[in-house]
Design a binder for this molecule. Structure first.
Ligand code: C2E
Ligand code: CA
Ligand code: CA
Length: 607
């Protein structure tokens, strides 16, 4: 595939002009030789033929042979039958210029000029001397300046070309870089269309778990791996493909085909996947890795290269979700998702201002009394077109763009005001708020909570923050310190999704928390799976031994609730009691409390 990255600023016009001038100069010199020489003239018929052949021939050796022939002929004629000095300054001045056209940037023209002058020297005498000196100066000066000029122009041209090439090449892997990719997309956008016979496809490749490789082996080894990977891509034996490194561990392959671009892309992708799986030999060890590939065709993007890039991005994300080391095509099923995710990303920043965010509350129920004594605030985005968007769809986006910071502040403020309102109505409900890792690491969470408590005048005992194990493990000491500070305000801290992320018991010992929340995944099958049951038992005992309250989440049936009650769990959340509901419905739940004893299930609990 011819890359536009190698395309030059079109030299055709310049070349045409040089050719015309060359033809004029050769004609003028030939005419002089044929008309001025008496005895020697017949030999000069071959002069223009050889000069033209030397100019148009691409083989350098033929060029040289023909040039030496014509030059020798010229010198021989000048020696055997010297012409008038005026001819020297009028027509022969063009001879060195002809050689500039044949060998641009070389010393040929100077050599030719000096040789002709040298041949004439013995023939000059008396009155001809001043005219010869004048002609010689003129002759040499023109040859030297013209040669110098073309030499520097050529050098400059080469430097510019090298610089252009460097600026389009990735310094580490030596494949084309993102800038080259953009340029090529622009040129494709100009030629692509429904009527175009050539079809294009884009492959986006991402090294699976490259961050981990970098973290565990170090950046230097990571670089070596990238270099070797790029080499494998460059060595692929396929036509019409271009390879680019777009960022860290992200590569793109642009390919084109006139017949079946889809089939061709699948072939290339499969080949790449296989080629990349064999071991990479790094400095001290070998390493194997896998990659994920997303593919999208330009036709599916309706010839819009922006949409094309977005499509291939989505396809790659899908490939990653599908468990890595896989190829995923962008197809029509993904179009709806693309539009939705694009809209979510674009409109998220306005969601707070437009009042589209809302908090739903899920009751936390005391297992002994079956009384609601708390609530977890769970965010919802009420989008005018897309309906209610659950947090799983936008919290991740908000975290990546750090928009979770203003959103998280809004959540804390709103939850405090709601808890205060319920308290004033005679329901002192402790409201739990989820705090994202980003808020912990990049926002002044202590200041935000202090302000929210002050503004709402809420009793700090009625606020609880939920942090996940993942947050704890990312910056343990920082989180431990922050929790210490937060608890001085009188609020409670819970560790969420406990058991999922394998948190260090050592940090758990240090962590000033009040509540352990057993993750839903353990509750799901605790009645049918002995191991899950034992894990639930262990977490409850561990929590109690450390003096914490233990909450179970995701309780959906009586059996699970009975088992939790038997194991001594303190409180639960789940669809069994209620889904998360808007504040007014929560109020109704409080007013009609389901103050009933724990039901005894028909089927005895396992264990
Ligand atoms: P989480 O903190 O683990 O919240 C519990 C999730 O489980 C909630 O989903 C809740 O609706 C759901 N759930 C509760 N009981 C049951 C049950 O019995 N069955 C089933 N199938 N699900 C149940 P939701 O509201 O979709 O929230 C998902 C996640 O989004 C939350 O997981 C939390 O990590 C995050 N999130 C929600 N609100 C916020 C927020 O305000 N800030 C931040 N940073 N994250 C939030
Ligand atoms: Ca939670
Ligand atoms: Ca949870």
């Amino acid at each position: 595939m011819k890359s536009t990255t190698t395309a030059n600023n079109n030299p055709d016009q310049k070349h045409f002009l040089v050719t015309i001038l060359f033809l004029i100069a050769v004609s003028a010199v030939s005419y002089t030789l044929l008309t001025e020489h008496q005895t020697f003239a017949r030999y000069y018929f071959i002069y223009p033929l050889c000069m033209l052949a030397a100019y148009f021939m691409s083989n350098i050796w033929f060029k040289r042979v023909l040039s030496v022939t014509t030059f020798g002929l010229l010198l021989a004629g000048s020696y055997l039958e010297p012409l008038n000095i005026s001819v020297l300054s009028q027509a022969f001045i063009l001879v060195p210029l002809c050689y500039i056209a044949i060998f641009p940037g070389s010393l040929w023209p100077i050599f030719v000029a000096l040789s002709i002058l040298g041949i004439y020297v013995p023939h000059v005498a008396g009155a001809q001397v001043p005219e010869f000196v004048e002609a010689s100066i003129e002759f040499s000066a023109i040859a030297i300046f013209a040669t110098g000029g073309t030499f520097y122009k050529q050098k400059l041209g080469k430097q510019v070309e090298r610089y252009r090439k460097d600026s389009l090449t990735d310094f580490l892997t030596q494949v084309s870089n993102r800038k080259a990719f953009k340029q090529d997309l622009e040129s494709i956008a100009k030629i692509a269309g429904e009527t175009s016979k050539t079809k294009f496809a884009l492959l986006l490749l991402d090294l699976d778990d490259f961050k981990q490789i970098n973290d565990s082996l170090g950046h230097q080894q990571g670089d070596l791996l990238l270099i070797q990977f790029a080499k494998r891509l460059s060595n692929l034996d396929f036509n019409r493909i271009n390879i680019y490194r777009l960022s860290g561990d992200e590569f793109a392959v642009l390919l084109q085909d006139k017949y079946d671009v889809n089939f061709y892309s699948q072939q290339v992708a499969t080949y790449i996947l296989e080629a990349c799986q064999s071991a990479y030999h790094l400095d001290k060890r070998s390493y194997t890795m896998t990659i994920s590939v997303g593919i999208a065709s330009l036709d599916d993007a309706l010839y819009d290269t922006d949409i094309w890039c977005r499509n291939v991005d989505i396809a790659l994300k899908r490939a990653k979700q599908a468990g890595k080391n896989s190829i995923q095509w962008f197809d029509e099923n993904l179009i709806g998702e693309t539009v939705r995710s694009y809209q979510i990303e674009r409109e998220l920043s306005d969601a707070i201002e437009k009042g589209q965010l809302a908090l739903y509350y899920q009751p936390k129920v005391d297992i002994k009394t079956n009384l609601v004594h708390g609530a977890e605030a769970l965010i919802r985005w009420k989008h005018p077109d897309l309906g209610i968007i659950p947090p799983d769809e936008f919290v991740g986006v908000a975290e990546r763009s750090q928009q979770i910071i203003p959103i998280g502040r809004w959540v804390i403020e709103t939850a405090c005001q709601q808890a205060k309102a319920w308290d004033q109505l005679g329901h002192p409900i402790c409201v739990a708020v989820n705090v994202s890792t980003v808020q912990f690491l990049y926002d002044d969470i202590f200041h935000v909570v202090t302000k929210a408590l002050r503004d709402s005048q809420l009793n700090p005992q009625l606020l609880q923050l939920e942090i996940t194990e993942t947050t704890l493990m990312q910056q343990p000491q920082r989180v431990v310190d922050a929790c210490h500070d937060l608890r001085t305000l009188g609020i409670r801290v819970a560790i969420d999704d406990f058991g999922v992320a394998y948190s260090s018991l050592n940090y758990l010992k240090q962590l000033p928390i009040d509540v352990l929340k057993i993750d839903k995944s353990f509750i799901d099958e605790c009645c049918s799976n002995h191991n899950d049951h034992m894990l639930v038992r262990t977490i409850i005992q561990l929590g109690h031994n450390m003096g914490k309250v233990v909450t179970a989440e995701g309780v959906v049936n009586d059996e699970q609730l009975y088992l939790l009650a038997t194991e001594g769990c303190d409180e639960y959340q789940g669809y069994l009691y209620s889904r998360p509901v808007p504040p007014y419905e929560f109020m109704a739940l409080l007013s009609s409390r389901k103050d009933v004893a724990i039901p005894r299930p028909q089927v005895a609990a396992h264990g």
